[in-house]
Design a protein around this ligand. Structure first.
Ligand code: SAH
Ligand code: SF4
Length: 461
């Protein structure tokens, strides 16, 4: 349950005096052992060149107990040491807990059968392995599923699962709301409330596995160092005795609420756990991170996370992109395409995907299609274009291009030798399609929407 904020005990009003804490910060969260509930995690700043909003705090789930979700092996070892284990024992236990927690989806220490029986209650008294709370679960007529989730502080965010014949894709959120204000995007009408913590991001994937009932079963054979895939080896996809065959959740896209590159560290921490062979063991080739064009963070995303990159381009002229993706005023098309060309690993083996939302009479002419081809060639990009029919939402200012226009646009790009499939909208009936996510229960008026848009524009400078 959400924890209420306690009274401030320091002059700055941010929490208890430093000596009350033991291990300091782990994964951006301040951890401690004390008789009081941990309600003073740090204020998070959004990294990047635009820092218009200081995000809220992330209370921990579990009262006095520490929620281990989102912690690395070392961090788990750290909290075990802080709880009283010696370093060697802590290291072994951390490895065991990591495996049970991330690879097997276990949330109950009693189920960790290779941990001594007498030790399990000791762990239960001090730690929990949490999940986001499901506030609402919906299923679309096309099989798409959407969950409204709540964090420990009651903040809400959404995740979507899209089943296909040959794959199952989980669309994961990185922020509650968004600082940016792409004019066609429902999430963009929300203020940014806060960044999601690594545990809240990886928690979405873990919850999806719970809901889909697909944690690997079987014995512990192969458990331990070296049992998983080598993250550096693109061909070594699966970990241990665990294969992708028959899996339901096969792919992850960071395309839910928020701009993942404005929450870089937490997104990176979460995806490292997702890719770890003894973690969730999903290949980096099955993960795509989508950005609206946060140029200064793109190289780091390639180097430090190394997943597929999707770029929300949506327009080929400064005038139109400035209007519909206001971040373009900060990082223009040339700068963005240069960063795409420099994206580590970009090449035939790892094509960049350009997302292009089809907006009637806005960005959908034959000339726009030709200019798109010209730009892709000018920057020598190995790219694919995903054409996304605009998904409507209440109060949206745009209409979707006609099916004939979308087809003509797609054909022009295909004729130039560039793949440009038209995405079939999924989950529109439950507002689960691209750009329809929004967790705020309030329905702002047009004037309020305009005010939020103005605030965000001002923040761009
Ligand atoms: N913030 C990131 C990722 C989340 S949005 C980004 O902007 O890339 C995921 C994709 O959905 C983006 O390409 C986004 O531009 C697109 N999108 C947003 N609103 C949409 C809408 N109403 N219809 C279709 N696609 C939309
Ligand atoms: Fe934010 Fe992406 Fe929506 Fe733009 S499209 S407002 S960056 S979530």
């Amino acid at each position: 349950m959400a924890q209420s904020r306690g009274p401030s005990t320091t002059p700055c009003g941010r929490g208890p005096p430093p000596h009350a804490f033991g291990a300091g910060r782990i994964n951006g969260r301040r951890l401690r052992f004390s008789p009081f509930p941990p309600i003073w995690p740090p204020i998070m700043q959004i990294p990047g060149h635009i820092d218009p909003v200081t995000t809220g705090t992330v209370p921990l789930r579990g009262g006095n107990r520490i929620d281990l979700i989102g912690l690395t092996r070392d961090a788990i070892g750290g909290v075990l040491v802080e709880a009283g284990l010696d370093a060697k024992a802590a290291k072994l236990r951390a490895k065991q807990i990591w495996h049970w927690m991330y690879h097997r989806g276990v949330t109950d220490f009693e189920a960790m059968t290779d941990i001594a029986k007498a030790m399990r209650p000791w762990l239960t008294d001090r730690f929990i392995i949490g999940r986001p709370t499901v506030r609402e679960a919906q299923v679309s007529s096309d099989g798409t599923r959407k969950w409204l989730l709540a964090a420990a502080d009651g903040q809400e965010y959404e995740m979507v699962f899209i089943p296909d014949a040959d794959r199952g894709t989980l669309c994961v959120s990185s922020q509650v709301g968004c600082t940016l204000n792409c004019r066609f995007c429902h999430t963009g009408t929300m203020r940014l409330v806060r960044n999601l913590a690594a545990g809240e991001i990886v928690g979405q994937v873990m919850l999806a596995r719970d809901e889909l009932g697909e944690w690997p079963k079987g014995n512990m054979a192969g458990f331990g160092a070296g049992s998983g895939p080598d993250p550096e080896d693109e061909d070594d996809e699966e970990g241990g005795n665990y294969t992708a065959d028959g899996r339901i959740l096969t792919n992850i896209v960071m395309m839910g609420m928020g701009e993942p590159l404005y929450n870089f560290d937490e997104v990176k921490g979460a995806l490292k756990i997702v890719m770890d062979g003894d973690g969730l063991a999903l290949s980096r080739r099955r993960i795509t991170l989508s950005t609206s064009g946060v140029v200064p963070m793109m190289a780091r995303a390639g180097e430090e996370i190394g997943v597929n990159l999707a770029v929300s381009l949506h327009a080929v002229s400064k005038e139109i992109r400035d209007e519909i993706v206001p971040l373009n005023r900060k990082y223009g098309i040339d700068e963005l395409l240069k960063a795409c060309a420099d994206y580590p690993g970009a090449g035939n083996s790892r094509r960049i995907t350009f997302e292009y939302v089809m907006l009637k009479d806005k960005n959908d002419s034959d000339d726009d299609a030709r200019e798109l081809v010209r730009l892709i060639r000018e920057y020598g990009l190995h790219a694919k274009v995903n054409l996304i029919p605009f998904n409507p939402w209440p109060g949206a200012m745009y209409e979707c291009s006609s099916p004939e226009r979308v087809r003509a646009f797609s054909n022009l790009i295909f004729k130039a030798g560039i793949s440009a499939p038209v995405r079939t909208p999924r989950g529109r009936d439950i507002m689960a399609a691209c750009g329809q996510l929004k967790s705020a229960a309030t329905k702002p008026t047009r004037a309020e929407l305009d005010r939020i848009a103005e605030e965000k524009q001002a923040a761009l400078g």
